[in-house]
Design a protein around this ligand. Structure first.
Ligand code: TNX
Length: 533
């Protein structure tokens, strides 16, 4: 089943490169005993694993006279400023950013074929050069550069160094264009500052899509001018009865802007026709019987539905989608569609037939949870698969059939990618309806082989959702996302040929000092050979 463990001539080339790194004492590929692997060198510990790594002899040393150069004044320059901001607090150096003259760190936009997000990083005695065809590639290259430096570079106070960037050349590009993480801000509300903190964690691992679950039974989290009670009343509580909250349009734009500055696209979700109690509670007229239910602060699912037969339902959907599309520079608008257990199948199909064209009317592409494939997915729509390894054959076949007819797939299998699943029975936070998901289980699968029969081109990527019924604080987010999130990022970014649990767990372990420096509290899985704390 795990075809990615087989060595074919094509994979042998990349493995050869990795073995070269292994010879330099950094990466081990293939099955090795769990005991005490050698600590990887910086070039061999990058997560997600780069497409190709060639160690070089001499490192580059960042000093107080290092200059960062980016040509021009546009996006490349802003990536250079971002890098300088990362490096200044811990190095204590000035690290001026210039557009001409000699420089130790150079960001270069070129016409070389690195793709929309790829880059080449070369590091040697004379300096570091990151070359890319687009600013996103420079940004991802900067994330790699970060990981080539000692973990203490992440601290926000001056440290002694030395600040050596390991010598060598990395040539890199993503396996999938869609590498997502979802944050459920409905079950528990998270402030703009908390979302930004998560964005920074995602960026470190080259995730490029932030899916925000903005509405559910327990809370409506985005201001809608034409339906003001959605946020003002529907957003006034959360799971457990806390005070909830919502984003004003200005705050939401700030999230979108910040995400864009980290090369993440925001995918807003309004979950419909189920998961709508907060909306139904806010406007009695949306209910078939004209009576508004009370706000809901429990964690049951599947009990609410918009009234498919009422005209006002589509006025509501049109207004909400129009206002949300206007806040969204990104391509996608997610309309949910999961667990509509209180909507008949016929009504579900009717609803999706009427609402998907509204998304298109406002210039966006539909994403829906994979139940959408039981209706008629619009042309170009993406379905987000959240079944399990052992989801029934009929349900998987429905998804595969849709993929064969052009529906793109985002893979979020719940017993692999759900960051809200407990690691073990003893995990205090989280749920276990999809099973227990330890670090190895979450990493060790192949998105390309997951749904046999789905055309390779239909798989647009992976996404790790973090549902928040049990998650309420930054520390809670950290604990559930780390260390599983970097594995999800690697599944989305790294070539299948680099996939190896035995090698990955060593690289993952080497991330821990960086998380410590960043103040990220993580789960110390016994499956991972962590350094002593
Ligand atoms: C299922 S996954 C849900 C969510 C819950 C989650 C908890 C999906 C599309 N629906 O409503 O929050 O399980 O794990």
């Amino acid at each position: 089943m795990r075809s990615h463990h087989r060595t074919t001539p094509r994979t042998a080339r990349v493995l050869g490169t990795l073995l070269l790194v292994a010879a330099a004492g950094s990466v081990t590929v293939g099955a090795t005993p769990a005991a005490a692997p050698p600590a990887p060198t910086p070039l061999g510990r990058v997560v997600p694993a780069p497409a190709s790594v060639t160690p070089g002899a001499a490192p580059y040393r960042i000093t107080r006279s290092t200059v960062i150069r980016a040509d021009g004044s546009g996006a490349g320059r802003r990536v250079a400023e971002y890098l300088a901001h990362l490096l200044r607090p811990s190095t204590g150096y000035r690290l001026p950013v210039t557009s001409r003259g000699p420089a130790g760190i150079r960001l270069v936009l070129s016409h070389d074929p690195f793709g929309a997000e790829g880059y080449r990083l070369h590091s040697g005695r004379d300096g570091v050069t990151i070359t890319a065809a687009a600013p996103a590639g420079l940004f991802h290259g900067v994330q790699t550069l970060r990981q080539l430096l000692p973990a203490a570079v992440e601290k926000d106070t001056v440290r002694p160094g030395p600040w050596l960037v390991a010598g060598g050349t990395i040539t890199d590009r993503p396996r999938y264009a869609y590498r997502g993480a979802m944050l459920d801000v409905s079950r528990h509300f998270f402030t703009v500052a908390q979302v930004k903190r998560y964005i920074d964690q995602l960026a470190l691992y080259k995730i490029n899509e932030l899916h925000l679950h903005l509405s559910d039974d327990q809370g409506w989290r985005i201001a809608v001018d034409s339906w003001p009670r959605l946020a003002a009343y529907g957003g006034s509580t959360q799971v457990g009865g806390g005070k909830g909250g919502f984003y004003t349009k200005a705050q939401y734009r700030e999230i979108v802007r910040y995400a864009a500055s980290r090369y993440l696209e925001v995918v807003p979700e309004i979950d419909m026709p189920g998961h709508t109690n907060a909306a139904l509670a806010s406007y009695a007229g949306l209910n078939c019987d004209g009576a508004a239910p009370p706000l809901y602060t429990g964690t049951e699912v599947g009990f609410s539905s918009l009234c498919v037969g009422k005209r006002v339902t589509y006025d509501f959907a049109d207004d909400v989608i129009r206002e949300l599309a206007a806040l969204t520079p990104g391509r996608y608008l997610h309309i949910g569609g999961d667990e509509a257990h209180s909507t008949s199948h016929e009504d579900y199909v009717t609803f999706m037939d009427r609402v998907q064209p509204i998304v298109a009317k406002y210039g966006k592409t539909v994403i829906g949870w994979h139940q959408l494939t039981g209706a008629r997915p619009a042309r170009g729509a993406l379905a987000q698969y959240w079944g399990l390894d052992d989801t029934g054959a009929a349900e998987k076949a429905q998804v595969v059939r849709a993929a064969q007819h052009g529906t793109g797939l985002i893979l979020s299998p719940a017993d692999r990618m759900y960051l809200d699943m407990k690691y073990t029975e003893d995990t205090e936070l989280g749920q276990d309806w999809a099973g227990l998901v330890e670090v190895r289980r979450s990493y060790d699968w192949d998105p390309g082989a997951y749904l046999p029969g789905a055309p390779a081109s239909s798989v647009r990527g992976v996404e790790a959702p973090l549902w928040t019924e049990t998650v309420a604080t930054d520390a809670d987010i950290d604990y559930m996302a780390f260390p599983r999130l970097p594995g999800a990022a690697e599944l989305g970014w790294s070539p299948a040929a680099t996939h190896s649990w035995d090698a990955y767990k060593v690289r993952l372990a080497a991330q821990a000092p960086r998380w410590d420096a960043l103040g990220i509290t993580y789960y110390r899985s016994p499956q991972v050979p962590w350094p002593a704390p």
